[in-house]
Every structure is written in C-alpha cells, then in structure tokens.
Design a protein around this ligand. Structure first.
Ligand SMILES: C[S@@+](CC[C@H](N)C(=O)[O-])C[C@H]1O[C@@H](n2cnc3c(N)ncnc32)[C@H](O)[C@@H]1O
Length: 279
C-alpha cells in the first residue's frame, strides 16, 4: 500500500508518458467526453455553442471560406467546427482518434446531407497527398503534445499546407499557467463517475513544472478489477515561445488574437490564438 501510494504521488519527467487515447477513446470516458462536447452551455471538451457559432463565423469571413476551400481540422471531435465550415461549401477533412466522436460526426454530416471526410486516426500519424488552404487545431490540443510531438505535428502541417495557406490554432498562455496550483487529492468515484461505471477510487495529483511551463494532471483510477494512470499534460506558452517554436519549424506567426473567434489580443488573455503561414 505504501509503495502504491508513493507511485501515485510520484512526479514523472515532463511528457514522460502519453496516455491521451485512454482519456478520449476508452469506452466509458469517451461517452462522458461526447456528452461534454454536445453540452451547448459549457466549455468542456468543446467550447459552448454561442462561442463556436461566433468562432466559425469569424473563420469563414477571416479566411474567405467558401466552395472548394480545403480545410483540415485536427482533433475535430464530433465535428462541431467541421459541419459549420462544410455548410459554407468547404471541403473539410476532420481527424480524430475517438471512435465515438467520429461516429457521431459522420451521422451528423449524413443527416445534413454534407460530404465531410472524417478520418478515425491518431493525428500524429496523419499522411496525405492532399494540400489544404486552412489547417485548424482548436481548443488548445496543441498544448497536450510533447515538444517532440509538436515538432512532428508542425512538420505535418507544413507538408500538407498550400504555399499561401494558413494554420489557425490556440494555446494556453502563461496567465493561465500562473492560475494553476499543485494539488493532491483523492475521492470515491472522482468526478462523479466520469472514469468508470464501476465503483472506483480516483487520485488526482497536479504537478507544476515551473521551468518548462508545463502542468500535469495525473489521474490514478483504482477499480476492483483494474488500475490505470492517465497523464493529462498541458504546455503553456508565451507569445515569444510560441513564435520561436513555429519559426523553428518553418512558419511565421502573422496574427495573434485572444481566442479563435478573432478577439483582439490582450496581454492578460488566458489563451493565445495564432494565424501562421509558411515562412
Ligand atoms: C479538446 S477536444 C477539441 C475538439 C474540437 N477541436 C472542438 O473544439 O470542438 C480535443 C480532441 O482531440 C482529439 N485528440 C486528442 N489527441 C489526439 C490524437 N493524438 N489524434 C487524434 N485525435 C486526438 C480528442 O479525441 C478530442 O476529440
């Protein structure tokens, strides 16, 4: 028991383990996640409906989305952006590794008579000959990736972006990092049954890596029949660190906003949204 508690409370090296699929594609948690995506009034998994409407309208007008605009949405979830953009005539490819979300997205597109190319795939393995005018990764999914994975992702973006195409993505800022605190807690059925339909004890350890500007929410979920650990990493960025990372990978950040709805950039913002082009 002492050894196990030590293991639960141990601090790994930043991005030492990658367990994103256990969070998004597990039979039980993916159902909880989809419910969060589809809850129109909260900012969990996807942002609230009013924001997504506003954000999609801004994307359409800002990037001149119309018939034939080729868009790749990485981590598309249940397609809340993809469907709005496809309705404007765009040729949309949505990639996500959550079977439940892709299934929902496909059904929603079929109901609207829209042809959207949904791929059930880890976006880190994305390969295509196709070139896109606009690449999106929305709701700070870029932050969940390690430096090596982000490099790989930026190389993929570079390879499949048209010469004059744009990347639109958002990240958490250092203001958001400053608001986070370390924590160690445990609770019976932590997060009200989010992790399992069976009885379980959930431990949550939040670790703050001040030098790297990384936060880890480490969940140890202990059921009668199984124990698992899920590592939820987030990299936080300054404008400078984001620019440097993009520049090192062949991009220039041309515009900065406070969110992906085009809100004017404020140094106090908890998020930074950027538009980048190939250098
Ligand atoms: C925070 S949600 C955002 C969903 C969507 N962009 C939105 O704003 O409505 C992140 C999404 O990325 C997906 N995802 C996370 N890591 C992934 C990976 N390595 N490959 C494919 N999809 C991934 C998750 O399944 C989830 O649907």
């Amino acid at each position: 028991m002492f050894k196990e508690l030590e293991e639960i409370n141990s601090r790994p090296a930043p991005f030492q383990f990658y367990t994103a699929e256990a969070l998004w594609n597990d039979k039980h948690t993916s159902e909880q996640m989809l419910a969060c995506h589809l809850n129109e009034s909260v900012d969990l998994s996807s942002r609230n409906k009013a924001f997504i409407d506003r954000s999609a309208d801004w994307i359409v007008s800002h990037f001149g989305v119309g018939a034939e605009t080729k868009i790749a949405d990485f981590g598309c979830g249940p397609g809340l952006y993809a469907i709005r953009l496809a309705k404007k005539g765009a040729d949309v490819t949505g990639t996500d590794f959550s079977e439940r979300s892709i299934q929902y997205a496909k059904e929603a597109a079929a109901q609207e008579g829209l042809k959207i190319n949904y791929l059930l795939q880890n976006y880190l393995e994305f390969e295509t000959e196709k070139k896109f005018d606009l690449i999106t990764m929305i709701m700070c999914d870029f932050c969940a990736l390690s430096p090596t994975q982000r490099k790989k992702m930026l190389n993929t973006f570079h390879r499949c972006l048209n010469a004059d195409g744009s990347v639109l993505l958002d990240v958490y800022s250092l203001n958001a990092f400053d608001q986070r605190e370390e924590l160690a807690t445990y609770e019976y059925r932590l997060l009200n049954g989010f992790w399992s339909s069976e009885n379980y004890y959930g431990f949550l350890n939040t670790f703050k890596y001040d030098e790297e500007k990384v936060i880890l929410d480490k969940y140890a979920i202990i059921e009668e029949a199984r124990t698992r650990t899920v590592y939820n990493w987030l990299q936080y960025f300054s404008q400078e660190s984001l620019m440097k990372e993009f520049e090192e990978n062949g991009f220039t950040i041309e515009e900065c906003y406070s969110d992906v709805a085009g809100t004017i950039f404020s140094p106090e913002s908890l998020e930074i949204a950027i538009v980048a082009k190939k250098s």
